[in-house]
Design a protein around this ligand. Structure first.
Ligand code: 8YV
Length: 328
């Protein structure tokens, strides 16, 4: 098949130079308005294409994949693939790729931003000035907590978890981690991270926890209502992974009642909806899923998508092919 005969659907507007390269090589359907396609629109459009480039905001379920008879490749613009039905893709011989590595550092930076801002009550302090409520310095004004010496628990020690750990070493916290597999001894030493096989045990000791595992059927509500109750009263919860990993209602209720220290959330269980109680809590920072929103990340993600598609079009296995089903 000639490249120009390959039809590609890009569901959202990607950086201009990424779309340009794709257009030069393939027959591309763009979404110039960048308006999220409805389920029906998406299903109809996908049924006409050979390759699909979706984003986290598109749910590509079994029905869409099954009705897309020409579809051969889903080149996800993003790292997480929880928006795609991997089982059906495999059954229907549709290859799936993602964009790992390139958003790791930016995501880790955002974790640090949230940790520092929440611990030092930066938003409350800023609001005091912008709300005209600052009458001058006082010894007990907007007091936060020191980070150094605190216990920091990382849930999921993959690429992003490790990038967070590297940054944390500069801050002088004690790093704990929980992961499906324990790291090699030397890697633990370099990261100065202590392994906890038992997640419950780890979180009872933490002043801050940050989630870095993928969302899979096994990690749905990993931080369940029951588990969240184990958290220390000052504990701060950071989530830049996926909202579904935390029971959002339960977390919101603890925050609202000030039974935990705070939360920094970049992801939510039912995006773009957010539990009302979270919006009403003052010890939180809520962000609209921006952890990888830098020009550099977006372009690198796009280049990764291009590489995967061109390799596929050349009849070879793309570098970022998803081999493992989380359901295996
Ligand atoms: C991306 C993300 O913005 O890559 C991921 O897994 O959550 C985000 O940082 C998103 O995936 C883009 O589709």
């Amino acid at each position: 098949m000639k490249r120009k005969d390959i039809i590609i659907l890009i569901t959202r507007k990607l950086p201009e130079k990424i779309e340009k390269t794709l257009k030069e090589n393939f027959n591309v359907i763009l979404n110039k308005a960048d308006k999220k396609l409805s389920y029906t629109e998406l299903k109809k459009k996908v049924s006409e294409v050979d390759i699909l480039i979706p984003c986290v905001s598109d749910t590509i379920d079994a029905s869409i994949i099954q009705s897309a008879k020409k579809l051969k490749l889903i080149a996800n613009f993003g790292n997480g693939v929880d928006n795609l039905d991997l089982v059906t893709a495999r059954e229907e011989n549709v290859m799936v790729t993602n964009t790992p590595d390139v958003l790791t550092e930016d995501t880790a930076d955002l974790v640090l931003t949230l940790v520092l801002m929440i611990s030092r009550k930066v938003v409350q302090a800023q609001k005091k000035i912008s709300g005209g409520r600052w009458s001058g310095w006082g010894p007990s004004e907007t007091m936060g907590e020191r980070i150094r010496g605190k216990n920091f628990g990382i849930i999921g020690m993959g690429r992003i978890g490790k990038a967070v750990a590297k940054r944390l070493n500069i801050l002088g916290v004690k790093i704990f981690y929980h992961n499906r597999n324990r790291l090699k001894n030397n890697e633990e030493k370099v990261l100065k991270a202590k392994y906890f096989e038992n997640l419950d045990l780890m979180i009872t000791h933490c002043d801050i926890i940050s989630i870095h595992c993928p969302y899979t059927p096994e990690t749905f509500h990993l931080l369940s209502k029951k588990r969240l109750k184990l958290l220390k009263r000052n504990c701060i919860v950071i989530n830049t992974s996926r909202g579904e990993i935390v029971d959002e209602q339960a977390l919101a209720s603890l925050l609202f009642k000030k039974k935990i220290g705070g939360a920094g959330l970049d992801v939510f269980e039912h995006e773009p909806e957010i539990t009302q109680k979270l919006l009403e809590s003052d010890n939180v920072i809520l962000l609209p899923h921006i952890s990888s929103a830098t020009i550099e990340s977006r372009i690198a993600m796009g280049n990764r998508v291009i590489k995967n598609i061109i390799t596929f079009a050349n009849g070879k296995t793309p570098p970022d092919v998803i081999k493992k089903l989380y359901y295996d």
